[in-house]
Design a protein around this ligand. Structure first.
Ligand code: PHE
Length: 450
C-alpha cells in the first residue's frame, strides 16, 4: 500500500516539511506577542515545558498512528480500532479533522494574502508607485479577494506536484530561506535604538504571572496550534515517513525547530516594538497592555518601517516576505489533509482533487471576506480554540486507549529497535494515555467557561 502513495525521500525532507507546517503565523506573530503580554520569559519557560511534555507526546501520537496506517486520518483511525463503534467514531474524527483543516486554511489564506500585499507594497514604494502601494495596504474587498486567491493558487500549485516534488521540495527550499531571513532581521533590529529595552521585556521573567492558570492555558493553546496538532496534518505527514525512520527522534527534531523559530521570532518582534516606541510610535493600548495581533503586524510594524526611510522599505519587504513563506509552508500541510482523504477514499486523481478542494476553500474564504465582521473571528475561534483541542484529545485516546499498547510500541520500535532503552519508551505510553487527555480537556473546559 505504501508504495502507491508518496513518501518523503529523507529525514531532512520530512523534518523540513513537518517543521514547515508547524512554523507559521502562529510562531512569528502569535508567540512573541503572547510572550510580551504574559510575563515575558516566564511565558517562554512555561511554553518550553509544555511544548516538550505535552505537545510533543501528542505530536508523536499522530506521527505513530499515521506511519502505522500509511493512510489518511479517516482510514488510519479506523485501522487502529477493532470494535465497530470505535471504527465509526475514528472515521468521524478524521472527517471532522479534514473539515477543520480546510476551515483553518480558509482564514489563513486571507491573512497570508495580506502578507503578500504588504510585501508587494514595499516594492511598489521602492519604484515610486505611491498610490498603488497605498491600495495594497488598505483594507478593501478587491485587494482581499485577489491576494487570498493568489495565495491559494500557490498552495494548490505546490500540493498538486505531490509529496516529494511539491511538499518536500518546496519546504526544503523555503525553510532555510525563512531561517536566514529571520536571523538577518533579528541582527538588524538589534542594532537599532530601543531594541535592548524590548529584549529586557522578553527575557526578564515575571514569575508571579508564570504560574497563573490563564498563562498556562494560553501557552498550551499556543503550543498545540503551533505544532499543527489535532486536524490530522501531522498524521498525514507521518503516513509519508519511511518505516526505517526513528519516529521519536524526528518528532523531537520537528518540535525543536518549531520552538526555536518561535523563540527567535520573539527576538525580532519584541525589540522591534520598542524600536517603534523609541521612534514615537504608540505600542500600548488604552488599557496599558502591549498592542498585539492584527494591529501589531499591520499598523505598529508598518509605522515603524515608515520611520526608517529607505532601510524601512527593505526591512518591510523582508519581514512580510518572511511571513508569507511561513504561511505557505503551513498552508500546504493544511490542504494535503482533505486532498489525501479524497484521493485515497474516493480514488480521484491528485490534480483534480487539489483543484476542486482548493476552489472550494477559496469560495469559503471569499464568503468569510464578504461577511468579515461576523465570520472571521468566529471561524478562528471555532477551529483553533474549540476544535483543535478536542480533536487532539481524540487522537490521544486512540493512541492511548483504543489501539493495543503492544501494537503501538511495535510501531515505535520499527526502524529503531534501540528505542526500547529510551526514556521515551518508558514515559510516552502513560503520558498519552492519562496526562495528555486530562490536560487537553482542562484547556477545553477553561476556554469554554474560563
Ligand atoms: N502550525 C501553524 C502555525 O503555527 C498552523 C497550523 C495549524 C498548521 C493546523 C497546520 C494545521 O501557524
Amino acid at each position: 500500500m505504501a508504495s502507491s502513495r508518496g513518501e518523503f525521500s529523507s529525514r531532512f525532507g520530512f523534518v523540513m516539511a513537518a517543521a514547515g507546517s508547524a512554523v507559521g503565523l502562529g510562531n512569528i506573530w502569535g508567540f512573541p506577542t503572547q510572550a510580551a503580554s504574559n510575563g515575558g520569559a516566564a511565558f517562554l519557560l512555561v511554553y518550553l515545558v509544555l511544548a516538550f511534555t505535552l505537545a510533543y507526546p501528542a505530536l508523536m501520537a499522530e506521527l505513530i498512528i499515521g506511519r502505522h496506517a500509511h493512510a489518511n486520518a479517516v482510514n488510519a483511525l479506523r485501522m487502529v480500532s477493532s470494535a465497530p463503534i470505535s471504527r465509526n467514531i475514528g472515521a468521524t474524527v478524521g472527517i471532522i479533522g479534514f473539515i477543520v483543516a480546510s476551515l483553518i486554511l480558509s482564514f489563513y489564506a486571507i491573512v497570508a494574502g495580506w502578507m503578500i500585499a504588504f510585501c508587494l507594497s514595499s516594492l511598489a514604494q521602492l519604484f515610486g508607485m505611491q498610490d498603488f502601494a497605498q491600495w495594497l495596504v488598505s483594507f478593501g474587498m478587491p485587494r482581499n479577494i485577489l491576494f487570498m486567491c493568489a495565495f491559494m493558487v500557490m498552495t494548490v500549485a505546490i500540493i498538486s506536484a505531490g509529496v516529494r516534488d511539491g511538499i518536500e521540495r518546496w519546504s526544503a527550499r523555503l525553510m532555510p530561506l525563512l531561517l536566514v531571513t529571520l536571523v538577518l532581521l533579528v541582527l538588524y533590529v538589534f542594532t537599532l535604538d530601543g531594541a535592548m529595552e524590548g529584549l529586557k521585556v522578553y527575557l526578564l521573567p515575571d514569575f508571579d504571572r508564570a504560574l497563573s492558570p490563564k498563562l498556562i492555558i494560553a501557552a498550551m493553546g499556543s503550543a498545540f496550534f503551533s505544532l499543527s496538532l489535532g486536524v490530522g496534518t501531522m498524521l498525514i505527514y507521518g503516513s509519508y515517513i519511511s518505516d526505517e525512520e526513528n519516529l521519536p527522534v524526528v518528532g523531537g527534531l520537528v518540535t525543536l525547530v518549531d520552538i526555536s523559530i518561535a523563540v527567535l521570532a520573539g527576538f525580532l518582534v519584541l525589540p522591534a516594538m520598542y524600536v517603534a516606541l523609541h521612534n514615537g510610535v504608540e505600542i500600548y493600548t488604552a488599557t496599558g497592555a502591549l498592542i498585539s495581533e492584527d494591529t501589531l503586524i499591520f499598523t505598529v510594524l508598518p509605522e515603524l518601517f515608515k520611520t526608517m526611510g529607505l532601510a524601512g522599505i527593505v526591512v518591510s519587504f523582508t519581514f512580510f516576505f518572511l511571513m508569507a513563506i511561513a504561511a505557505l509552508t503551513s498552508s500546504i500541510s493544511m490542504l494535503e489533509v482533505p486532498v489525501a482523504y479524497v484521493i485515497e477514499e474516493h480514488g480521484l486523481g491528485r490534480k483534480l482533487a487539489v483543484c476542486t478542494i482548493g476552489a472550494a476553500i477559496a469560495v469559503t474564504s471569499a464568503t468569510i471576506l464578504l461577511n468579515f465582521e461576523t465570520l472571521f473571528g468566529l471561524v478562528i475561534a471555532f477551529t483553533t480554540r474549540y476544535s483543535q483541542p478536542l480533536l487532539g484529545f481524540m487522537f490521544c485516546i486512540y493512541a492511548g486507549w483504543v489501539w493495543h499498547r503492544d501494537k503501538v510500541l511495535q510501531e515505535v520500535r520499527k526502524g529503531s529497535p534501540e528505542v526500547e532503552h529510551s526514556l521515551f519508551w518508558k514515559i510516552w505510553p502513560g503520558y498519552v494515555r492519562f496526562v495528555c487527555p486530562v490536560i487537553i480537556l482542562a484547556i477545553f473546559a477553561q476556554s469554554l467557561w474560563g
